[in-house]
Design a protein around this ligand. Structure first.
Ligand code: HAM
Length: 417
């Protein structure tokens, strides 16, 4: 037997309907917020992520699936959705389209991480990217979209953390202050954070190591350093969220793991799915389009991990109905009856009713067993008497009640049932 690669998952029919539900809620939420679907390739030139996500990030340094193709080009499977969309925005000249351009996507992503609950090597994101507006109301709208999606999907007890990591100018000042503070505690930092100190000191703020956590508790706080423009931006975002009743906590330790962020960053975090509690992450990235060679254009977006949402729903006992079950199963008792069953099934399917009949030559008892296993709501028995009279005996599986229905009345019976 050949096994599935580590960190990947088969989605079998007993689960795929849950994915369909999440995807439907995602599409519907995006639609009411005026976002259109964008699809970009599963792989890009590696350069897109080096410049987009950033060379000092864990994603680029350790987690990318990168390989040379047969033409000796360095190719990378997308570790996230934003950079590829930014590349597409630049390449297709979308700066000349109606702005803000509002996109959503559902995509597989690939990161070579150590698999654990809620962390896979192939996972799926639903995300949005809004490009073209500097206004704080697009930040609030993006956050509201994420919140609306999570609520409609059935997520409860989730905390929204918001922070501002400033702009290029004020962040520099903060990084210097942070570095000066962390240098005093250099020896106590974990090896990873020692390495981060000069490359990406902000990342030390969300290190999970206990000793690093203790050190960063006393570190200077970014919100004391951001400039007036960045501070006013954050205040307006907060005011707008208050106006629509979105609850949040300001958390100066939310810094995010990707280099492109500026100003607003946010995460929705759950206590119900273990160590990988961040279900949704996002923020503003005003320098990304320029970094990828485009006209300076601001942007903001988020992505939720679909596997993490499903895990969260399961762990909090939220049930999703399977809408794909067969409504009626026809159980013929002989050859002539099987022909009639085949004909009735075919007519009902043309009317959009999910139905099935025996394909195994089973006896009646085994057919009932099968119908029960596939979750059929009704079983219609056709024996020789029924065939002669032009009727079926329909049994409702939930309560065992029976009714005899004429062949040409089955459709209207089901519509009323
Ligand atoms: P991210 O925080 O790296 O942000 O990922 C977003 C979400 O993807 C996470 O909150 C998590 O739910 C899910 N996720 C990430 N890694 C894994 C994994 N290994 N296994 C399962 N789920 C995972 C981004 O990707 C940004 N592109 C979000 C964004 C869009 N920012 C602006 N626009």
């Amino acid at each position: 037997m050949i096994n599935i690669p580590k960190g990947t998952k088969d989605v079998l029919p007993q689960e795929s309907y849950k994915w369909q539900f999440i995807e439907k809620v995602a599409r519907e939420t995006a639609r009411v917020f005026g976002a259109q679907e964008i699809r970009t390739p599963t792989f890009e030139h590696t350069e897109v992520f080096l410049r987009g996500v950033g060379e000092t990030t864990d994603i680029v340094n350790k987690e990318m699936y990168t390989f040379l193709d047969k033409g000796d080009r360095s190719i990378t499977l997308k570790p996230e959705g934003t950079a590829g969309i930014a590349r597409a925005f630049v390449e297709n000249g979308l700066v000349n389209s109606a702005l803000p351009a509002k996109f959503f996507y559902i995509t597989p992503c690939f990161r070579y991480e150590r698999p654990q609950a809620g962390r896979l090597r192939e996972f799926h994101q639903f995300g949005v990217e809004f490009l073209g507006s500097y206004s704080p109301d697009i930040d609030a709208e993006t956050i509201l979209l994420a919140k609306t999606f999570l609520e409609k999907a059935g997520v409860k007890n989730i905390t929204l953390y918001i922070n501002s990591i400033g702009c290029k100018t004020c962040r520099k000042e903060y990084e210097n202050a942070l570095k000066a503070y962390l240098n005093q505690n250099y020896e106590k930092l974990c090896p990873l954070c020692k390495d981060r100190l000069n490359k990406n000191p902000l990342r030390i703020l969300d290190c999970k190591n206990d000793e690093c956590k203790k050190i960063t508790e006393g570190a200077p706080k970014i919100l004391d350093y951001i400039c007036d423009d960045c501070s006013n931006h954050l205040e307006t975002v907060k005011k707008l969220l208050d106006a629509v009743g979105v609850e949040y906590k300001i958390n100066p330790n939310i810094v995010r793991g990707l280099d492109y962020y500026t100003r607003t960053v946010f995460e929705f975090v759950s206590e119900n799915i273990g160590a990988q509690g961040t279900v949704c992450g996002g923020g503003r990235y005003d320098g990304l389009i320029k970094e990828l060679g485009g006209t300076d254009t601001p942007g903001i977006g988020f992505a939720v991990g679909i596997e993490r949402i499903l895990l969260l729903l399961e762990n909090t006992g939220v049930k999703i109905e399977n809408p794909n079950k067969v409504k009626i199963y026809f159980a013929p008792m002989g050859e002539a009856e099987a022909v009639k069953a085949f004909e009735l099934v075919s007519t009902l399917r043309n009317s959009g009713i999910a139905c099935d009949c025996d394909h195994m030559g089973r006896g009646i008892k085994a057919q009932f067993k099968y119908a029960d296993k596939i979750g059929a709501e009704f079983v219609a028995v056709i024996g020789s008497n029924e065939l002669a009279e032009g009727k079926v005996k329909i049994k409702k599986m939930a309560d065992g009640s029976e009714q005899t229905v004429e062949f040409d009345q089955v459709k209207s019976f089901l519509e009323k049932a």
